[in-house]
Design a protein around this ligand. Sequence first.
Ligand code: DC
Length: 215
Amino acid sequence: MRLNRAVIVAIDGPAGSGKSTVARSLAERLGFRYLDTGAMYRALTWLALRDGVPLEDGDALARLAHAHPVSFGEDGHVEIAGEDVSAAIREVEIDRSVPVVARHPAVRELMRERQRALGSEGDVVIEGRDIGSVVAPDAEVKVFLVADPEERARRRSGEREGVSGEALAADLRKRDERDAVNTQPAEDAVILDTTDLDIEEVVARVAALVEARAA
Ligand code: DC
C-alpha cells in the first residue's frame, strides 16, 4: 500500500497506554520504520544524570542534546554519546527524572527538530506525546491511545522488576501530572481506549485506519 509521499502514522498517549507495543508492532506489520520519541528524552536524561547536568537547567540540557544527538541502530538500539543505553533508559530512575527534562521548551524545540528529520526518511510510525499535535501535524493518521489508570499501572508492573505495584501506580500519577501539558491529542486524532483491547486488536484497528487513508 502506498500514497505518493511518505506516510506518517502518529501514535500518542500517556505512559502505559500501549503506545510502544502498538507502534512497534504496527510498524512491523506495515513495513514502516518506527521512531520512539520518548526514548530520545530518556537518553538525554540518562546522559544528564551521568554527567551531572542539572535537570532544572533547560539551556544546559539543550546544549547537551545539541552536542550529543540520539541515534537508533538498525535493530532499534538507542545510542547517545557513543553508549548503547537501550536498557539503562528503562530504569525507574529515568522514569522519574525524564518529565523534568522533557518539560523545558529549549529541549523540546531541539528534539522536535530532530524528530522531524528522523521522521522524514520514508514511511514511519512515530510514537510520543505531541506527534500528531506538534511534531507532525500533517501526519496521515493520528491516534491517541488511552487506558484506565489501574490497567496502565498493571502493564507497567510487567516492565519494571522489583518495584511494587503501589509505587508504580504512584509514579504513574505523578508522571501524568508532569507530562499533561505536553500530552494533548490533536483535534483530528482518533481516540482509542485500549483498556479492554489486546495488542493485536489495537494494531488491527490502526492498520485499518492507515489502509483506509491510503485507499
Ligand atoms: O513514552 P515514554 O514514557 O517513553 O516517554 C518518556 C518521557 O518523555 C515522558 O515523561 C514524556 C516525554 N515525552 C514527551 O514529552 N514528548 C514526546 N514526544 C515523547 C515523550
